[in-house]
Design a protein around this ligand. Sequence first.
Ligand code: GDP
Ligand code: MG
Length: 166
Amino acid sequence: HSGFVAIVGRPNVGKSTFLNNVVGQKIAIMSDKAQTTRNKIQGIYTADNAQIVFIDTPGIHKPHSRLGDFMVQSALSTLNEVDAVIFMVNAEQKRGRGDDFIIERLKKVKKPIYLVINKIDKIHPDHLLEVMDDYRDTLDYKDVFPISALNGNNCAELVHDLVEDL
Ligand code: GDP
Ligand code: MG
């Protein structure tokens, strides 16, 4: 059970917090090529019989320049090279244009996509169904995980399922 998992989502949804929570080891970027794309290996999860290399993919938003467009393209090519994709959203916010921009790009990605609804510690449990409904018909998700990256709620379960699928 080993492979690469990319994590995408709007700024501030909690991507880095999640990675810090699940990843024991941080590694430095050694390759010049990695620096040109802004997609960086963020950390490696290792267990007895499993290893996941997480790749933070922050560059997927509407580009305002040719450089921005280049970065979106390189982020998208990363998504086609990994084994699975985590699409992280914020449970506190309604689905917005930033989310929809990412969803449109993910439609072309032929990899399992996990919808991860973060910051559930900040919402009333009844509200979770509304959030899930908001995303229901957007993509053909492999699975949906409500989590709190901050307090770790349901994070181990998500990683466990990722490992099983790799
Ligand atoms: P990123 O831009 O997607 O990498 O988001 P960050 O990981 O930097 O998080 C943005 C902000 O949201 C920070 O202030 C985090 O502490 C906060 N945050 C992240 N995850 C959670 C969560 O599960 N619950 C709460 N309450 N705050 C969170
Ligand atoms: Mg971040």
